[in-house]
Design a protein around this ligand. Sequence first.
Ligand SMILES: Nc1ncnc2c1ncn2[C@@H]1O[C@H](COP(=O)(O)OP(=O)(O)OP(=O)(O)O)[C@@H](O)[C@H]1O
Ligand code: SF4
Ligand SMILES: [Mg+2]
Length: 319
Amino acid sequence: MTALLELQDLKVHFPGRGGRSAPVTRAVDGVSLTIHQGETVAVVGESGCGKSTTGNAALGLAPVTGGRILFEGRDLATLRPAERRALWQQMQVVFQDPVSALNPRMSIARSIAEPLVINGWPADKVRARVDELMELVGLNPDQRDRRPTALSGGQRQRVVIARALALSPKLVICDEPVSALDVSIQSQILNLLLRLQRDLGLSYLFISHDLSVVRHIADRVCVMYLGIVVEEGPVTEVFAHPHHPYTRALISAIPRPDVSRRDRGSRILLKGDLPSPLNPPPGCPFSTRCPKAMPECSAARPPLEQIGKDRQVRCIAPD
Ligand SMILES: Nc1ncnc2c1ncn2[C@@H]1O[C@H](COP(=O)(O)OP(=O)(O)OP(=O)(O)O)[C@@H](O)[C@H]1O
Ligand code: SF4
Ligand SMILES: [Mg+2]
């Protein structure tokens, strides 16, 4: 399989307020991940762990402090601006909130057409492409003149997806794409994303805090904690046998209405809050909350180590 997007030791540090001596926010602090063509890689973790910043950096929406971003083997930092812009057309994004993503004064056809118009498509081709895109995402082209306010939340997210697909990207970064939707609508949108992937050969970087959703949609999962990846591997294997104590805790918290309370196993409750990325704990960043923490965990950040064929874990005493 061809590697479509590769992040190599990506770092995004935001400068602190109050001059050069102010502490920086280490939003992303050395993330490596690879997405192959046709694959869905999920990034999961608590609020503030750096999921969106990782996606935004790939899209050129967050400043890269260190590391490399490669798309089809080409390092974005070494490209001329025009080449980089052309490459970014291959990477589109769907954010969580379709309300703020769409201009309420524009018809949905105009919103979908925007990237085509910006790229100089002639009017007749734009109209035909918009109709095609609306049908592709399950919208009736007769609704083209409606405003977003006349649509349901699920329909609005379909409009956002249609717009993201307008220029036929290879990769779509989905940042919590169903979190703002009712549960009944969530599965419709997830199934739409799966169908589009099958029909168009798309790849997804799928950012979510909801592990049930990730289990449904992703091939591989990267678990992030305080700006770093603590575990990575195929979804089925990571969910069945989590190696990192943080992954175990996240998985133990997934609601399982299909399983009786007795068979669900006990939920692992983590003590304390996520530490601030302004001042991460020394050594293993999870040491302040880890049920297995030992004094040696605070000595140095554990490396991300290969376990088996295609699993990686960052812990000195993995399960
Ligand atoms: N533009 C910015 N300037 C300064 N700090 C930022 C900026 N964007 C994000 N951060 C900080 O970087 C860290 C990671 O934020 P990010 O939005 O990537 O987290 P997240 O995992 O997507 O969280 P959520 O699940 O809430 O969306 C947070 O501490 C956040 O406050
Ligand atoms: S290195 Fe130590 S603190 Fe970190 S996850 Fe492993 S056992 Fe827990
Ligand atoms: Mg986010």
